[in-house]
Design a protein around this ligand. Structure first.
Ligand code: FE2
Ligand code: FE2
Length: 265
C-alpha cells in the first residue's frame, strides 16, 4: 500500500507531554548511561534541519511529495529534540541553543562545504539520486525506531517509556514514507539500485556518527546494542535493509558494531 502523504501532513503533530508527570524523574532519576544516550539522541534530532539543508540542494527538492514529507518530518524531529531536552533539563544536563551551537560549530569547514559537494554529486546523478536518499532515510528511521525501543527496555521508567513510545510511533510513520518511496524507486531502476548500493556501502554510518564524537557513538552503540540481544536486534535491522531492491547482504549496521569495537570482526 502506498503512503498517504495528505493524511500524514494533516495529522503531523507535536509530541505531547503535558499530560505526563515529569516530576517523577526527581524521585526516580534515569541512569547516567541513559542520560548520555538521550543527549546523543537529542543532538541528532535537533540536527535534522541541517540534514535538510543538504537534501534540498539535490533533485529531491523537485518532487512535491518528498518536500511535503520533509517539511513535516523536520518539524517532528525538532519536537523529538524538544521533549528529550525537557527530560535532560530535569536532570540538570545542559541543553538549548548553546549546546546546539556547539554541536554545529565543531563540525568545521567540511560541514560548511557539504551542501556544495552533495549538490554537485546528486545533480550529476539526477532523478536516480532520490532513490538513494529514500533508502538512506528508511535505514536511518529503522535505526531511530530501534534505538528508542532499546532504550525503553533498558531503563524501564514509566514516564520515559511513554514519551519514547510516542516518539517511536512517529518514527514508524517516517519509516513508512521512506520505505515505500525507496522500494518504488529502486524497483523501477537497476541503475538507481546500483547507485544506492554503492553510496550506502561506501558512505553510510550509524545515525549521528557524522556529527557526534566517536566516544559518544561508541557509548550509544555499546549501551543499546552491546550483548547478544543487541546483536540480534542489529541483525533484524540489517535484514530489513536486505529486503530493499538490490541492497541484499550489505550488513551495514553490524559493520558499525565492528567498527566501533562493540563486537569482534
Ligand atoms: Fe526522531
Ligand atoms: Fe524520524
Amino acid at each position: 500500500m502506498s503512503f498517504d502523504i495528505d493524511q500524514y501532513a494533516q495529522t503531523s503533530s507535536r509530541i505531547r507531554w503535558d499530560d505526563l508527570d515529569l516530576t517523577s524523574f526527581e524521585t526516580q532519576p534515569l541512569s547516567e548511561d541513559a542520560l548520555r544516550c538521550l543527549s546523543y539522541m537529542s543532538d541528532v534530532e535537533t540536527h535534522t534541519v541541517c540534514y535538510l539543508r543538504d537534501l534540498l540542494v539535490t533533485p529531491s527538492h523537485a518532487d512535491p511529495e518528498v518536500t511535503v514529507f520533509l517539511t513535516m518530518w523536520n518539524l517532528e524531529e525538532y519536537w523529538h529534540g524538544e521533549v528529550l531536552d525537557e527530560i535532560l533539563e530535569r536532570h540538570g544536563v545542559p541543553t538549548g541553543p548553546d549546546r546546539t551551537k556547539a554541536v554545529r560549530s565543531r563540525l568545521g569547514w567540511k560541514d560548511r562545504l557539504a551542501p556544495i559537494r552533495q549538490s554537485l554529486l546528486a545533480n550529476i546523478i539526477g532523478e536516480d539520486f532520490i532513490a538513494t536518499h529514500m533508502a538512506w532515510g528508511a535505514i536511518n528511521e529503522w535505526c531511530a525506531h530501534s534505538a528508542y525501543t532499546r532504550l525503553i527496555g533498558s531503563e524501564n521508567h514509566p514516564v520515559l517509556t511513554e514519551i519514547l513510545k510516542r516518539i517511536a510511533k512517529q518514527e514508524t510513520r517516517h519509516v513508512a514514507f521512506y520505505n515505500s518511496q525507496a522500494r518504488d524507486r529502486l524497483e523501477r531502476s537497476r541503475k538507481a539500485q546500483r547507485i544506492a548500493r554503492f553510496a550506502l556501502n561506501k558512505a553510510w554510518g550509524i545515525v549521528g556518527s557524522t556529527i557526534m564524537p566517536a566516544p559518544e557513538v561508541k557509548h550509544m552503540l555499546n549501551y543499546l546494542y552491546g550483548g547478544e540481544e543487541g546483536l540480534a536486534e542489529v541483525r533484524r535491522i540489517d535484514a530489513k535493509i536486505d529486503a530493499l531492491p538490490g541492497q541484499h547482504g550489505l550488513h551495514l549496521v553490524e559493520k558499525e558494531l565492528i567498527k566501533y569495537g562493540i563486537i569482534a570482526a
